[in-house]
Design a protein around this ligand. Structure first.
Ligand code: HEM
Length: 217
């Protein structure tokens, strides 16, 4: 809030008025709440199905954190817990990113008339066999630094890209890694063998309760 209230337009020197500050605060709450929450639901479901991956998160958390509360430095060291962003490959909260064409255009030989809507879809690209072996399988090891580097930049884009990319992406990853690490440290998750039905509104989310047995370690 302090940053918003102090912000100045570099061209006009104008500050945001109260309505604009309110709108910005609201968009942060709306854009930032459900997306990360559903991502964590899918993450815990997938870790609950894949005991080996959950064990690797646990081993890492125990060796880096022990019983401490994580610091920012810890989150950088939690490499495997970060690689669990594989959950957002399979279930990207922003599964489709639309754009309205303001004028006629052509992309790769496809005509895009003014006024039409072009959609890029993380869901489709994230499961495209051209970029992913066994695309339906959950495998956090796809996100080792080397394997990420070997892939085209936009094979994975849960936060969009370009000038309108998600402004909350680093904050969201911070939240997700901390919450995943602390949940797995304290609880064992066993997912029900459930084919989750999906609901596609503005965001992708489960259409039904996601069942899991949660036991304190
Ligand atoms: C897993 C979590 C999240 C996902 C998957 C996600 C995804 C996205 C995507 C794909 C966009 C670009 C939309 C477009 O290009 O049309 C976007 C924009 C945005 N996101 Fe996120 N987001 C997440 C978390 C957050 C958080 C935590 C915040 C704020 C604290 C946030 C705030 C925003 C805002 C303000 C925009 C609009 C940016 C702009 O237009 O300049 N998001 N998000």
């Amino acid at each position: 809030m302090s940053l918003l209230l102090q912000a100045q337009d570099p061209e006009g020197g104008m500050a945001l008025d109260d309505d604009e500050v309110r709108d910005q605060a609201l968009i942060f709450l709306l854009a930032g709440h459900e997306t990360t929450a559903t991502t964590l639901t899918f993450t815990m479901h997938l870790l609950g199905l894949h005991a080996d991956a959950q064990q690797r998160v646990l081993d890492e958390v125990r060796s880096i954190l022990g019983t401490r509360t994580p610091t920012i430095e810890d989150t950088r060291a939690l490499e495997y817990a970060t690689m669990v962003k594989e959950a957002m490959r399979l279930y990207p909260a922003a599964y489709a990113i639309p754009r309205l064409a303001v004028k006629d255009d052509e992309i790769n030989g496809y005509r895009i008339p003014a006024g039409s809507v072009a959609v890029s879809s993380p869901w489709v690209t994230h499961r495209h066999p051209k970029y992913w072996d066994e695309p339906e399988e959950f495998d956090p090891d796809r996100f080792t630094a080397e394997r990420e580097k070997a892939r085209p930049r936009y094979a994975y884009f849960p936060f969009g890209g370009g000038p309108r990319a998600c402004i909350g992406q680093y904050f969201s990853m911070l939240e997700a890694v901390i919450v995943t690490a602390m949940l797995v440290r304290d609880y064992q998750f066993t997912a029900a063998k459930q084919q989750i039905k999906l609901f596609t509104g503005i965001t992708l989310r489960p259409a039904e309760p996601v069942l899991s047995r949660i036991e304190r370690r």
